[in-house]
Design a protein around this ligand. Structure first.
Ligand code: HEC
Length: 107
């Protein structure tokens, strides 16, 4: 038996979670239910004052949600929604909204 295998396995256990794609689309779909009233069930807002999120870039979505949460960006509607989001919630929500095709708005 090669003694290096357990060492490699141990290294992988620590390295993989840090390098794996962060967001979980299905978890994000669940978490997005509280966002749907304003941003729509498929990320297309029913109101011209609220931005569409469908198909937006993951990095941009993450940056904006953290900016609202941490107070760098402020809006009376959005800021309270972002306050309780964890980094994991934000990654999942960004993966979900990024996965939504824009054309769903017109179907
Ligand atoms: C009560 C309505 C409301 C709810 C609910 C809401 N948002 Fe928002 N959201 C807004 C508004 C309004 C803006 C635009 C604020 C501005 O003009 O700066 C916004 C902006 C955003 C942006 C930035 C978009 C951009 O293009 O810069 C993201 C990302 C976002 N919301 C995600 C979410 C997520 C995720 C949730 C659920 C956890 C959520 N929102 C819930 C109203 C809401």
């Amino acid at each position: 038996m090669n003694g290096k295998i357990p060492i490699l396995a141990a290294i992988l256990i620590f390295v993989l979670p840090a390098t794996a794609p962060a967001g979980d689309i299905e978890a994000g779909r669940e978490k997005s239910k509280t966002c749907a009233a304003c941003h729509g069930a498929v990320g297309i807002s029913p109101n011209t004052s609220w931005p569409n999120l469908a198909n937006q870039q993951v990095a941009y979505l993450v940056k904006q949600m953290k900016a609202f949460r941490d107070g760098e960006r402020s809006d009376p509607w959005m800021s309270p929604m972002a306050k309780s989001l964890t980094d994991e919630d934000i990654e999942d929500l960004a993966a979900f909204y990024n996965s939504l095709p824009v054309r769903d708005a017109y179907q």
